[in-house]
Design a protein. Structure first.
Length: 253
């Protein structure tokens, strides 16, 4: 993985996932918040405080901050602009990964486009996706037969990938549970590089971002303004690319 020239850093993970602490910049990050025992979240996700002042994954109403560490053993890797060819209308083309993140009816979870930037095709109208198998099928409308497209998505990492990607100091994936159930939360002005974003959207520098909601299966994620999200969490600082799938965010709360 080659990092953008915007901010250079040594990339230690083989898969783009969570929060890139090498490049993120923040001032306020307290580590004395207790996480609800039944909640799960990944580093780089938005989190809330519940009525007992425990940290939970954000539901998109009024996020408290950004999780610095993980409280989960299930992770998603981000892929941007995988280049594939679509032939016919019944021949599925395999992506490099299966078990794709499906973020609901409104935005589907996969971005298929003729170019890395600009407008994208529409799921069901132009193409169909098997989220379980990780395949794309061309629909007769829009995409030319034999046409090449760029596909962006997130996928559930396999146990082997997690093993290869490395674990924390205790040789586990769940940082928070090991640390007495406490989590560090980043609040205030910051520049963060995260993969906890809606992969079906198109991002441009300066674009306003909102907290995702449960109706779109986007709790903890950011998405573009104008959707079902209602809380402004910041603007795009760096767009995801094939070489650097992290979304750079200049936070606003």
């Amino acid at each position: 993985m080659t990092l953008s020239s915007q901010r250079q850093a040594f990339q230690v993970d083989t898969v783009a996932r969570g929060l890139d602490l090498n490049r993120s910049q923040y001032i306020t990050a307290f580590g004395d918040y207790v996480a609800l025992s039944t909640t799960t979240f990944s580093a780089g996700m938005l989190v809330d405080l519940n009525s007992d002042q425990q940290i939970i994954k954000s539901v998109g109403v009024a996020p408290f901050g950004w999780a610095k560490y993980n409280k989960t053993t299930s992770f998603y890797g981000a892929v941007v602009g995988e280049y594939i060819q679509l032939n016919g209308t019944s021949v599925p083309t395999n992506l490099s990964h299966a078990n794709l993140l499906n973020v609901g009816i409104a935005s589907a979870g996969v971005r298929v486009a003729a170019a890395l930037t600009g407008s994208a095709y529409t799921e069901t109208t132009n193409y169909a996706v098997s989220y379980t198998n990780g395949t794309i099928v061309r629909v007769s409308t829009g995409i030319p037969d034999g046409g090449y497209v760029y596909v962006s998505y997130q996928y559930a990492m396999t146990a082997q990938e997690l093993s290869d990607d490395g674990h924390n100091f205790w040789n586990f994936d769940d940082d928070v549970t090991i640390q007495g159930g406490k989590v560090t939360v980043i609040t205030g002005d910051a520049i963060l590089f995260t993969t906890a974003y809606d992969p079906a959207q198109t991002y441009t520098v300066g674009l306003q971002l909102e907290a995702g909601v449960a109706a779109d299966n986007l709790t903890g994620y950011v998405t573009v303004a104008g959707g079902s999200g209602t809380f402004n969490v910041g603007t795009v600082f760096q767009v995801p690319t094939p070489d650097d799938p992290y979304l750079g965010i200049k936070t606003s709360f």
